[in-house]
Ligand binder design. Structure first.
Ligand SMILES: CCCCCCCC/C=C\CCCCCCCC(=O)SCCNC(=O)CCNC(=O)[C@H](O)C(C)(C)COP(=O)(O)OP(=O)(O)OC[C@H]1O[C@@H](n2cnc3c(N)ncnc32)[C@H](O)[C@@H]1OP(=O)(O)O
Length: 219
C-alpha cells in the first residue's frame, strides 16, 4: 500500500492512475467563456490584418463584451480573495487555469513515483521561431510545472533560479509532453527538474532552485 501526503492510496502491487493536480475546465460558466476567448485570440492571429473580416466591427463587439464583464465584476480586492480561497489547485494561473484565457491550458497529473506530467498542443499565439514555441513560453510552462511538482511532493516554494536548456526547436501544433519532478529538499532549498518533449524527444530541459516561502494569501 502506498500513501501520498495528499491522501491517495492504492492497492499493493497495482499501478496507481495519475491524480489530477490542476482544475478541470467545466464546459459552462466562466470556463466556457474563457475557452471562447482563447479561440478568439487564436482566430485573430490566424485571420491577421489581411483578412476580409470586418475588424472594426469585431473590435466594437469585443469592447462591448469587456464593458459588460467590467460592469458586473467584483472589486479587485474581493476577486483576489476569491481566487486564493481553498488550499489546493488554482483556477486562475496563466498555465493551467481554466479561468485564465492566456493559459493554453496545460492539465497536469501526479504519478505515484513523484513525477507529474501533462500534454498540451500550442498554436500560433505561442510562436517564437517559425512554426515553433517561443522560448519564454517554454520557460513559463516549466516554471509552473516545477512549482506544481513541488506541491505534489509536499514541499513547495518560490522560484529563485530557473535554468533552461533548449535542445531542439519545440514544435507548434503537435502534442507536447511536459514533466516535472522534485529531486531534493535541503533546508529551505528545493531542487526540481522538468522537460518538454515532442515525439519522444526532449526539446527543453529545466533545473530549478525553489526556496520554501509563501507569500500571504489575500484575505
Ligand atoms: C508559490 C505559490 C504557491 C501557491 C500554492 C497554491 C497551490 C497550487 C499548487 C501549485 C501551484 C504553484 C505553482 C507556482 C509556480 C510559479 C512559481 C513562481 O513563479 S514564483 C515567482 C517568481 N519568483 C519570485 O518572485 C521570487 C523572488 N525572490 C524572493 O522572493 C526571494 O529572493 C526568495 C524567496 C527566493 C528567497 O528570499 P528569502 O529572504 O526567503 O531567503 P534568503 O535568506 O534570501 O535565502 C534562503 C537561502 O536560499 C539561498 N538563495 C536564495 N536565492 C537564491 C538564488 N537565486 N540562488 C541561489 N541561492 C539562493 C540563499 O543563499 C539562502 O541560502 P543559505 O540558507 O544561506 O544557505
Amino acid at each position: 500500500m502506498t500513501t501520498h501526503e495528499n491522501g491517495q492510496t492504492d492497492q499493493a502491487g497495482q499501478t496507481e492512475r495519475p491524480v489530477a493536480l490542476t482544475a478541470t475546465a467545466n464546459n459552462k460558466g466562466v470556463d466556457a467563456a474563457v475557452a471562447a476567448a482563447r479561440r478568439v485570440i487564436a482566430s485573430l492571429l490566424h485571420a491577421g490584418d489581411g483578412s476580409s473580416a470586418e475588424m472594426a466591427r469585431i473590435a466594437e463587439q469585443l469592447n462591448a463584451v469587456a464593458d459588460h464583464l467590467d460592469q458586473h465584476a467584483p472589486a479587485v480586492e474581493e476577486r483576489m480573495v476569491d481566487m486564493w480561497k481553498g488550499e489546493g489547485v488554482t483556477r486562475h494561473d496563466p498555465v493551467t487555469g481554466p479561468e485564465n484565457a492566456i493559459a493554453p491550458p496545460l492539465p497536469l497529473a501526479g504519478r505515484d513515483d513523484g513525477s507529474i506530467e501533462g500534454v498540451v498542443v500550442l498554436g500560433m499565439p505561442y510562436q517564437g521561431p517559425p512554426g515553433c514555441v517561443h522560448g519564454g513560453v517554454s520557460a513559463l510552462l516549466l516554471d509552473h510545472t516545477l512549482g506544481v511538482a513541488n506541491h505534489w511532493a509536499g514541499v513547495s516554494g518560490m522560484t529563485a533560479e530557473l535554468t533552461l536548456r533548449y535542445h531542439r526547436p519545440t514544435p507548434l501544433f503537435e502534442p507536447l509532453t511536459v514533466t516535472g519532478r522534485q529531486v531534493s529538499v535541503d533546508g529551505r532549498k528545493i531542487r526540481t527538474t522538468g522537460t518538454i518533449s515532442a515525439g519522444g524527444k526532449v526539446c527543453v530541459s529545466a533545473e530549478g532552485l525553489f526556496i520554501a516561502k509563501h507569500l500571504p494569501r489575500p484575505r
